[in-house]
Design a protein around this ligand. Structure first.
Ligand code: SF4
Length: 329
């Protein structure tokens, strides 16, 4: 039988001190960790409960930005008046994820760390999964890979990141605040998740013993003209086949600036920088949108069951941009 100890941290320093023991996992809402623990995929020897730390505030910053504590629930973040007013795309993305009950439990920090829903990762009866068991291979490569990546994958892993929230956070240039044995540091959300390369077991750049303490949103730039679209197999409680966070800043009929970030297509939220560059200075005509959509999936590589995602992603980019711009007029 696998034994496990449980400790409740008094404050952030105490949590970090407790996490010095190898095999420690922080637990907030536990919505993903406990599922993985029950199926034998996560095997912590110690759980450090951080759910009651003083990290549950949403505070306006002097520069007009917003700081969201790591233990703020997904529900509280999505429904906060300032998030709804200034960062609507974040509220939309969070409310597209999971169910009300799960959003009530899940935390902002935990959402950033949720693990892939690749069937072969979440079911330990499959023998070959480099993410679960490094060096064992990847059953998804020749298996049923309908939900898998079309961008940025590697022969080691073709899994996708499941978070809706993180896609919007990348579009908003958000920053993750971390605290750990080496002190405090900040990482842009765009650089927080990583591509699989030859280390698919590492979803993010977080270091052992580091704790997410907050997410910072810079002053809102795309308040009026943004949209999050999620395409999935059923209307709720399903992960994205493809999602798009799109935001535009218009100058008359021309796009002055844009953000286009795709979810469900890669091991991390996929910012489509070439597509954004294609759009800047142009009108949102059908011809331009077709070029932008093509740029968004440049370099895509489909597997046996997911070629449909290449066209789906392009259509979702067009729809998201059109809807985002519609809020500008
Ligand atoms: Fe494991 Fe990644 Fe392959 Fe899925 S795609 S089986 S997570 S290595």
């Amino acid at each position: 039988m696998h034994s496990i100890s449980y400790e409740r941290a008094n404050d952030v320093d105490h949590a970090i001190e407790l996490a010095r023991q190898p095999g420690t996992k922080f637990i907030g809402g536990g919505t993903n960790l406990l599922d993985l623990y029950k199926s034998g995929i996560e095997k912590p020897v110690r759980l450090v409960d951080v759910s009651r730390l003083a990290l549950s505030a949403i505070e306006e910053l002097p520069d007009g930005g917003l700081r969201i504590g790591a233990t703020v629930s997904n529900t509280a973040a999505a429904n906060h008046p300032l998030v709804r007013q200034r960062y609507r795309i974040l509220s939309e993305a969070i409310l597209n994820g999971a169910t009300t009950q799960l959003r009530n439990m899940a935390t902002v920090g935990g959402n950033l760390l949720q693990r892939t829903r690749c069937y072969y990762f979440t079911d330990p009866t499959f023998a070959h999964c480099n993410k679960r068991n490094p060096g064992s291979g990847c059953d998804a490569l020749e298996g049923y890979n309908r939900i898998h990546a079309i961008l940025g994958a590697s022969p080691e892993c073709i899994a996708t990141n499941p978070s809706d929230m993180s896609v919007a956070l990348v579009a908003l240039d958000a920053i993750v605040h971390l605290q750990g044995p080496g002190g405090a540091r900040q990482v842009p959300v765009a650089e927080f998740h990583r591509l699989p390369e030859d280390r698919p077991q590492d979803d993010t750049v977080i270091q052992p013993g580091e704790l997410i303490v907050a997410v910072e949103l810079p002053p809102a730039k795309f308040t009026r003209s943004s949209h999050y679209i999620k395409v999935r197999d059923r209307a709720s409680y399903a992960f994205a086949l493809v999602s798009v966070a799109a935001a535009v800043e218009m100058d008359g009929d021309l796009v002055r600036d844009a953000r286009i970030v795709l979810g469900g297509v890669a091991h991390k939220p996929w910012r489509a920088v070439d597509a954004e560059n294609t759009l800047r200075g142009k009108p949102l005509t059908d011809e331009v949108l077709a070029k932008v959509a093509a740029a968004a999936v440049a370099g895509a590589h489909a597997y046996k069951d997911n070629a449909f995602k290449v066209e789906l992603a392009q259509r979702a980019v067009v729809r998201a941009l059109q809807t985002a711009a519609g809020g500008n007029v």
